[in-house]
Design a protein around this ligand. Structure first.
Ligand SMILES: N[C@@H](CCC(=O)N[C@@H](CS)C(=O)NCC(=O)O)C(=O)O
Length: 214
């Protein structure tokens, strides 16, 4: 399999974790977001959405959208599982994943931050010290409250089972730390993050390990 990835992209990091955790072999294809390689016609021919990650299997089929990809990989390569078996547990894992993937990540995506600077009169400080930390704080506050209210959190988001919820949580915290966000008000999120980030599979694919890192 080929994974189109950018080292700092949290959605690419989700896929790298899922592949590494499952012990699947993959070849990285680096797509530089700063160089706009994701808008290159050759990449758009693979993923017309112009976003990373994209996964291409041995048959040449293209898979996009990280959470759908992780569930697909889990269906095709069930062990070790990243999704629980029960309907309620599946709902919970998807809910945590979507708090991150639908409520937090899109607000701070590259093209959003660029648009704020290019068209909304915001400078670097406004984007990096106001916009970005504001939406991280809003998102992390609701994630912390959700984890506590559901009373399913253990070592990981779902008890002691490492799942897609953790696969989404870890890169989001990495990203927030890169922007120097204060995360001390979210002790449950951070405890889960520390446990997950210590896993060898996660450490093996974190942004600094990637050949395209700078
Ligand atoms: N919902 C998509 C989001 C993918 C996405 O937005 N990726 C970011 C990098 S983390 C990207 O390619 N951004 C490029 C841009 O915003 O121009 C997924 O989960 O795969």
């Amino acid at each position: 399999m080929e994974l189109y990835t950018f080292f700092r992209s949290s959605t690419s990091f989700r896929l790298r974790i899922a592949l590494a955790y499952k012990g699947l072999a993959w070849t990285p294809k680096y797509v530089s977001l700063p160089k706009m390689a994701h808008h290159d016609p050759t990449y758009l021919a693979k993923n017309p959405q112009g976003l990373v990650p994209a996964l291409i299997d041995e048959a040449g089929r293209v898979f996009t959208q990280s959470m759908a990809m992780i569930e697909y990989l889990d269906d095709v390569h069930p062990e070790p599982a990243l999704m629980p078996k029960g309907a309620e547990e599946k709902w919970y894992v998807r809910a945590v994943s979507q708090i991150i993937g639908c409520e937090i990540h899109p607000l701070n995506n590259v093209r959003v931050l660029k648009y704020l600077k290019a068209h909304c009169g915001m400078d670097d400080a406004g984007v990096n010290r106001q916009w970005y930390p504001h939406w991280i704080a809003e998102g992390m506050k609701s994630l912390e409250a959700f984890l506590l209210s559901q009373q399913r959190v253990g070592r990981y988001c779902l008890g002691d089972q490492f799942t897609m919820a953790d696969v989404c949580l870890i890169p989001q915290v990495f990203n927030a730390q890169r922007f120097d966000c204060d995360l001390s008000a979210y002790p449950t999120v951070m405890r889960v993050f520390e446990a997950g980030a210590a896993l060898p599979a996660v450490r093996s694919v974190e942004p600094s390990t990637q050949a395209d890192a700078f």
